[in-house]
Ligand binder design. Sequence first.
Ligand code: ZN
Length: 195
Amino acid sequence: MLDKSTSSEATQAAEAPSAQTVSAARKIYKIVKYGDPILEKPTTPVKNFDSGLEQLAEDMFASMYAAQGVGLAAPQIGLTLRIAVVDVTGGKNPEAKIVLANPEIIHAEGEKREEEGCLSIPGFRGYVIRPQFVTIKAQNAKGEAFEIRGEDLLARAFCHEIDHLNGILFIQHLSMLKRDLIKRKIKKLKKQGEW
Ligand SMILES: [Zn+2]
């Protein structure tokens, strides 16, 4: 509980003085784990689309890639801000990077049951039913509005991240039995100092 979620570690390599173009050293945030109340709080809408927000989004991508995730929401780095990043290619395709500021689902279709996990609940997975297709509207880091449709994993990532921004974790979609089992195991891990 005392795990201060806003803490961060600058594990990024020092900026090379050589020809390494303009890419600034990215901040790699520590990912907040289940049990920190910030994960279950609602977020506040993004209002200031300034260079700081663009930096934050890039740092979130870097933190997500470092943790080998395909999505990361602000509460997971200790911020109650309505922003998330998604890249289902895991950094392989720069075009697949999606910043979701103030995202909202405007259409959902179909159903798909797949195993899901979360960077804030490492080591645990469970089957969650999500829409197969989802259309969302959101703003990018510059504040420009857009709509995007996702299918399968992308639709799942959109739903999972928007859930985060509403203080909802994937385990809340599991059966009570499965959820309690996970909670008990986490409690045990905490006692052992392994969480
Ligand atoms: Zn998650």
